[in-house]
Design a protein around this ligand. Structure first.
Ligand SMILES: Nc1ncnc2c1ncn2[C@@H]1O[C@H](COP(=O)(O)OP(=O)(O)O)[C@@H](O)[C@H]1O
Ligand SMILES: [Mg+2]
Length: 273
C-alpha cells in the first residue's frame, strides 16, 4: 500500500537516521490559489536532515510553485511552512533573508549573467559582503569550481559554456553561501541523458560534501528515482503519494503506475478532477 500523507515521516531516510530528528522542512496544510484557480490543495510533507526528497508531477501540477513557497518568494493562502523550526510565512524581510541565505536554489532557467565572468556569477550572492576578503571569495569560488568539476574556468564567459557546464556553474553559484538546504528545479531538463546523469551524480556529491538536505523537483522519473530517498507525487493540485522510489515502482495504484511507467493512457491523462 502507498503511504498516506500522515504516515510519511516513517519514510526510509527517517528510519535510518533515527526517529528523533526534527525535519528540516515541514509543510503543513498549505493551500495556494492564483487568480481564483487552485494551484496547491492541502499540501503536507516533511523533509528530514540529509535526505534527498523528490517532487514529481506533470507539467502544470504546481511543482515550481511549491519551491517558490519554500523560498518564501510567494506566500500561501493558508498553512504553515516551517524551515529549521521557523514558520517562514510569518517572518519579516530580515528573517527571510537570514533563512534564504541558508538555502541554495537552482532555478530551472537559472540564466547566468551573460556580461559577468564565471567568477562573478558564482560569487554573486557575496557581492555586498564587506566581511569577506577578495582572497576568501576567490578561494570559495575555486573550491566550488573544483567541486562541480570545472576547475580553472573563473575568467570564462557564460557564452563559452555548454548547457551542462552552465548547470554546473549554477550549482556552484547556489552553494556559495554554504547553504544547508538545496533546492533544484528540473536540474536535468534540456540536457542529454549522459549529461543529465552527470548532474544527478553531482547533486549527490554536493549533498555528501555539505550534508545538505536536498529537494529536487522534476518530471523526469528516471533521474529522480535514481537519486531520491523519497518522492512526493503531485497531481490534481494534491499530494497523491509520498514514498520511496522502490515502493512507487512496485505500486499498482493506477495514477502512480501510469506516471512511473510514462504511459499515455490512464487516470492522469483523463479529464482533470
Ligand atoms: N504567476 C502565475 N500566474 C498565473 N498562473 C500561474 C503562475 N504561476 C503558476 N501558475 C499556474 O499554476 C500552475 C502550476 O504551475 P507550476 O508551479 O509552474 O507547475 P510545474 O512547475 O509543475 O510545471 C499552472 O497551471 C500555472 O499555469
Ligand atoms: Mg516547473
Amino acid at each position: 500500500m502507498p503511504q498516506t500523507v500522515d504516515q510519511q515521516t516513517t519514510g526510509a531516510a527517517t528510519a535510518e537516521a533515527g526517529d528523533m530528528q526534527a525535519p528540516v522542512v515541514s509543510v503543513r496544510n498549505v493551500f495556494y490559489n492564483i487568480g481564483g484557480n487552485e494551484v496547491l490543495h492541502d499540501i503536507s510533507f516533511d523533509v528530514m536532515p540529509g535526505e534527498i526528497f523528490g517532487i514529481m508531477g506533470m507539467s502544470g501540477s504546481g511543482k515550481t510553485t511549491l519551491l517558490r513557497l519554500l523560498m518564501a518568494l510567494i506566500q500561501p493562502d493558508s498553512g504553515e511552512i516551517v524551515v529549521h523550526g521557523e514558520d517562514i510565512t510569518k517572518l519579516n524581510e530580515d528573517g527571510l533573508n537570514r533563512v534564504r541565505s541558508n538555502m541554495g536554489m537552482c532555478f530551472q532557467y537559472a540564466a547566468l549573467f551573460d556580461s559577468l565572468t564565471v567568477r562573478a556569477n558564482v560569487a554573486f550572492a557575496l557581492r555586498n559582503r564587506r566581511d569577506l576578503s577578495v582572497e576568501e571569495i576567490d578561494r570559495r569560488v575555486g573550491d566550488l569550481l573544483d567541486l562541480v568539476d570545472m576547475p580553472g574556468v573563473q575568467d570564462r564567459m557564460p557564452s563559452d559554456l555548454s548547457g551542462g557546464m552552465k548547470k554546473r556553474i549554477g550549482i556552484a553559484r547556489a552553494l556559495i553561501e554554504h547553504p544547508d538546504l538545496m533546492l533544484y528545479d528540473e536540474p536535468s531538463s534540456g540536457l542529454d541523458p549522459v549529461v543529465a546523469a552527470v548532474i544527478t551524480g553531482l547533486i549527490r556529491s554536493v549533498r555528501d560534501e555539505f550534508a545538505s538536505t536536498t529537494i529536487i523537483v522534476s518530471h523526469d522519473v528516471a533521474s529522480l528515482f535514481s537519486i531520491a530517498d523519497r518522492v512526493l507525487m503531485l497531481h490534481g493540485h494534491r499530494v497523491v503519494v509520498i514514498d520511496t522510489p522502490e515502493a512507487m515502482m512496485a505500486s499498482e495504484e493506477p495514477a502512480i503506475a501510469q506516471f512511473v511507467k510514462g504511459e499515455t493512457v490512464g487516470p492522469l491523462t483523463e479529464a482533470a478532477p
